[in-house]
Ligand binder design. Structure first.
Ligand SMILES: NC(=O)c1ccc[n+]([C@@H]2O[C@H](COP(=O)([O-])OP(=O)(O)OC[C@H]3O[C@@H](n4cnc5c(N)ncnc54)[C@H](OP(=O)(O)O)[C@@H]3O)[C@@H](O)[C@H]2O)c1
Length: 220
């Protein structure tokens, strides 16, 4: 499958490694330009491209940049994506350490992914946001393995969500349907499921146990 990855850091780099290993046709971009991604491209066989070209023809696009960088992404970023493309948002809001205060999230109560999709102008599927980047490389397991981790996946577009859940299964993880983008506060930073390394039942329980109140550590 043709996959575009925008952001080549901890998460984007490791998704590039695993998705190419599975045989997918991956284009990957960062902010500094394809010439700075030569090493990753040589290592994985992915094609390093400019951010504005990363989504071209892609059935799945992964947006995996710091939240504060989302408004800086090129306009029309997703215009060339394949019809019905699923756009994965891995982002988290870290107002104190990285992103600064975002009023629409804190005062208007937008979920982080709703804020992101408003900037992107395209619906998103929230996935991997609570997954340690290294686990993408180290903790994948075959279906049915008792140690297989489950990842929560939220989004409004059911077809896109199915596509993303199938891809995550291929990557070696179970998934739990965590509802819509409006429900996705249940997997934001500071919630019980955030960073949880566990199987389906524990992930379902953690999502159910979440409190809608934003923890102090994640308020600007
Ligand atoms: N690290 C984790 O374990 C982890 C786990 C789950 C979720 N997340 C979340 O996933 C997101 C990405 O995290 P990360 O740790 O992978 O970040 P990271 O290592 O800091 O990498 C960020 C990537 O985004 C690129 N980028 C920044 N601004 C850009 C722009 N305007 N256009 C194109 N590319 C741009 C950077 O490119 P340059 O280097 O060229 O600037 C870099 O390749 C964050 O929201 C984070 O909270 C992280």
């Amino acid at each position: 499958m043709k996959i575009g990855i925008i952001g080549a850091g901890n998460i984007g780099g490791n998704l590039t490694r695993r998705l190419t290993a599975l045989g997918h046709d991956v284009s990957v971009a960062n902010s500094r330009g394809p010439e700075t991604l030569r090493e990753l491209a040589e290592e994985t066989g992915a094609t390093a491209v400019r951010a504005e070209d990363a989504a071209k023809g892609a059935e799945v696009v992964v947006v995996t940049v710091p939240l504060k960088a989302v408004p800086d992404l090129p306009a029309g970023l997703l215009d060339g994506a394949a019809e019905g493309a699923a756009v994965i948002d891995t982002g988290n809001y870290y107002p104190q350490q990285r992103d600064g205060r975002i009023a629409a999230i804190e005062d208007e109560g937008l979920t982080e992914s709703r804020w992101t999709e408003q900037h992107l102008g395209h619906p998103v599927i929230k996935a991997f946001n609570g997954t340690y980047a290294q686990d993408i490389l180290d903790r994948h397991r075959p279906a049915g393995d008792p140690d297989r981790m489950a990842l929560p996946v939220a989004g409004d577009d059911e077809a896109a969500k199915r596509k993303v859940r199938a891809l995550i299964d291929e990557l070696g993880f179970d998934t739990v349907d965590a509802g819509t983008v409006a429900d996705s506060w249940r997997q934001q930073p500071g919630t019980p499921v955030y960073g949880l390394r566990a199987g389906t039942a524990a992930v379902e329980k953690a999502l159910a146990d979440a409190s809608p109140e934003r923890p102090a550590d994640f308020r600007g």
